[in-house]
Ligand binder design. Structure first.
Ligand code: NI
Length: 190
């Protein structure tokens, strides 16, 4: 889920390659200071975005590395959330940061929701498109404990609740445009 209209516009421009395509290619291969990689974000039409993702039995080093790379990729795209299928890996892993620090969740599941809110949202996999989506205003999400067992529970409201619901939908092959009304597609810059 993108961060803001402005961020979305910048992101869409860089993903569409209408700056310098060579620069985009090299940045997608960049190894960051911490060793993280910027991953390619799959776009609408890629079948991986429509497949239910697999639950993780345990949290491996490989999955922790993937989470780090997803966070780096999300920050580079100025987004506030990213789900593993969006980088081509069909596992139940999401990362979210709405400005309160990174949240990494394995096998996340909404166990309680309350209230209702409507807001315009977008998706890093569907550049330039936004729509209004009705979602719960508060959610409780349970996920696998970071030590690989037990349950981790987080509560969110407002933008955090929205981002969590949007990213968890990705794990079920659901995209925000399936639920959105008043969908607007911005024209690409000439
Ligand atoms: Ni999305």
């Amino acid at each position: 889920m993108p961060g803001s209209m402005a961020a979305r516009r910048r992101c869409a421009a860089s993903l569409a390659g209408d700056r310098n395509p060579r620069e985009n290619m090299s940045s997608s291969r960049d190894r960051r200071e911490g060793g993280e990689l910027i991953l390619d974000i799959r776009r609408f039409g890629d079948p991986v975005l429509r497949k239910p993702a697999f639950p993780l039995k345990k949290i491996t080093r490989e999955m922790l590395n993937l989470a780090d790379n997803m966070l780096e990729t999300m920050y580079a795209a100025e987004g506030v959330g990213l789900a593993a299928p969006q980088v081509g890996v069909p596992v139940r892993l999401i990362v979210v940061d709405v400005g309160e620090g990174p949240v990494v969740l394995f096998n996340p599941c909404v166990v309680r929701s309350a209230g209702e809110a409507v807001a315009r949202e977008g998706c890093l996999s569907i550049p330039r498109v936004t729509g209004e989506v009705v979602r719960a205003d508060r959610v409780t999400v349970e996920a696998l404990g970071l030590n690989g067992h037990g349950v981790r529970r987080i509560e969110g409201e407002g933008l955090l609740a929205r981002a969590l619901q949007h990213e968890i939908d990705h794990l079920n092959g659901i995209l925000f445009i399936d639920k959105a009304t008043n969908i607007v597609e911005e024209q690409a810059d000439e």
